[in-house]
Design a protein around this ligand. Structure first.
Ligand code: TRP
Ligand code: SF4
Length: 324
């Protein structure tokens, strides 16, 4: 079976915008040997001054993953900072990778601008420049064949392939060149129409209880031209409808009824809220199971152990190739 690695930074609880990525990870569990990393060192590359409560954030994201349906019998879930080989390989890669390769990564200058100059963070650090190199080490230390990622990560995977190629060229064939598996991620707005993001407070969290779902759906902006229930509506300008399109099998019907002035926005919102509630309710049940003391800890210990088997073997090959 081919192997995959993917990861997420533990920066706060996940929302339904993350769902398609996680469902993709879950589907891959049956086709690949999967390693999913909670990449806490990466969280520090931009959040080093934020005094993040990493143990709590790590537990939280692990619970989110398990609640949605990652199955520790089928995949390994590990914490990056507990598998030190990620750091060793990053260090060794830093010997052979020209700085210009890292400065050229398109996200680098953008992020410095966005988070740095505008967000008040000083990202002119060694660690932030090395972010994609650490990511390459995350992947290559498992000799992964493939990496499920969103479009935004493609430049990082391309760099990872170049790192593998350069290492193999200098020291001999150790690493496969992993390919990206780009999952389809529907563009989901937040309840206010901007991009869904925790920091805009417009997200619906994966763990939202029924009352919160209802409240968030209430806040969604509908077609402003509709004053009365039988006014014909324009679903294309309505946030509620965007959600129906992703989450409601009956979206076509909603569209017809809206255009024909046959449903009111209040009923339409109730309908969406009920569908979202149905979607999230199995996650709540699973979460209640995983929340019991000791369960997440065991998953992370097992994941670490399985990871260690692979990375120990890789690092043996790497040290031998480099003459260490
Ligand atoms: N950079 C990735 C992101 O922000 C997170 C990440 C770190 C990752 N290491 C990885 C993703 C290795 C895939 C493989 O989404
Ligand atoms: Fe939006 Fe539904 Fe109202 Fe139409 S009926 S405008 S889709 S909330």
């Amino acid at each position: 079976m081919e192997r995959i690695f993917s990861g997420m930074r533990p920066t706060g609880s996940l929302h339904i915008g993350h769902l398609s990525v996680l469902l993709n990870w879950i589907a891959l569990q049956d086709q690949y040997e999967c390693y999913y990393g909670i990449v806490d060192w990466h969280a520090l590359t931009t959040g080093y001054e934020d005094r993040l409560d990493l143990p709590a954030l790590i537990r939280d994201i692990a619970l989110d993953w398990l609640s949605v349906g990652l199955d520790p019998d089928k995949c390994s879930i590990l914490v990056q900072s507990r598998v030190k080989e990620h750091a060793e390989l990053h260090l060794l890669f830093s010997m052979i990778i020209p700085i210009s390769w890292l400065e050229r990564v398109p996200t680098y200058k953008d992020q410095i601008q966005q988070l740095g100059k505008e967000g008040g963070k000083d990202l002119s650090t060694y660690g932030f420049l090395g972010y994609p190199l650490l990511q390459a080490a995350d992947i290559l230390v498992y000799k992964a064949h493939a990496v499920p990622v969103g479009e935004d990560q493609l430049p990082h995977i391309e760099l990872c392939r170049e790192v593998a190629r350069r290492f193999n060229h200098i020291y001999g064939p150790v690493f496969p060149e992993p390919k990206s598996l780009v999952g389809k991620v529907p563009l989901l707005p937040g309840v206010d129409g901007r991009k869904m993001s925790k920091s805009y407070n417009n997200a619906i969290s994966l763990t939202a209880p029924t009352a919160e779902i209802n409240k968030k759906v209430q806040q969604m902006i509908t077609d402003p031209a509709r004053l009365r229930k039988d006014d014909p509506g324009h679903p294309e300008v309505c946030i509620v409808f965007k959600f129906h399109q992703i989450y409601s099998p009956e979206a076509d019907e909603v569209e017809t009824n809206c255009r024909g002035g046959k449903i009111g926005c209040v009923a339409c919102k109730k309908h969406l809220a009920a569908n979202l509630d149905k979607l999230l309710s199995p996650f709540r049940e699973r979460r209640a199971y995983w929340e019991k003391p000791g369960r997440v800890e065991k998953v992370l210990r097992d994941g670490e152990e399985r990871a260690r088997e692979i990375v120990t073997a890789t690092m043996k090959d790497v040290r031998a190739a480099m003459g260490l």
